[in-house]
Write a protein of this length. Sequence first.
Length: 294
Amino acid sequence: MRLVVGYLATPGGADALALAVRFARTLEAEVEVCIVLPPDTGLPALVPKGGFEDVLAEQAQGWLDEALAMVPDDVVAHSHLSFDESFTDGLIREAVRLEAEAIVVGGSGGGLVGSYSLGSVVNELLHSSPVPVAVAPRGTRESKIERVHEVTCALGQRQGADLLLDTAVRASRAAGTPLRLVSLVALDPTFGSLRSDDDAVREHALEHARETLEIAKNALPEGFPVTATVVNGPTVEAAVNKLEWQDGDVIMVGSSRLSAPRRIFLGSTAAKMLRVLDVPMVVVPRDEPSEDIS
């Protein structure tokens, strides 16, 4: 199992690397640290000796070496320097080439407030990646937690929820960590006319929670720790704030119904959750990734 890190020599890059190391320990995976440069920096013979492109490529390799030095001895890690017009496209190509299970990036950048502040590259990944994308909140690099503590799966009832549940179950089983299924009630438009009836909405959500709990139990070993809970509130942020979190937790969410098949598209609910969460978020594509990525 491989995890690709979209690395930059920044605090956000250090957060991404720290989260990847945590995941790698939990899943017995290898870490692939990647930096993507514009293609003209890959042609040192065409520029004067000591030119900017040469210096940049050499510096990038230095950053990769420094990143590998930060990886603990109990985690296997490799570095990759590739060239592409787009950092996002280059990172996706590397993930597909390496058959990675996920791309891990840092949430520090520009954009949202709170523990996450998504830059343009991370934002593009969250709207185009064919593999799950894990986003590390600001400060992950300072955590002493070595492994994932619990997986939370936020489930709606739109198309794609089955794949999200299956992915969360497989991740929890592989990691040996408890699984918590969460339904955010009164927030899912599929409730339609029921939205004005709080009791009907909650009962609808409770029934869905019971169904998903049974599905998860059937897919996990007997006695595996799995729970289902329902939270509601006037806003997404208010509902999410009712959940208890510990350092080492991770939340998994599905892609918007607007996403293309086999691609991620961060939905409005997940985007609002990012504003108040300080645990890593993993966004899962609508369908299984395709091997034909162009």
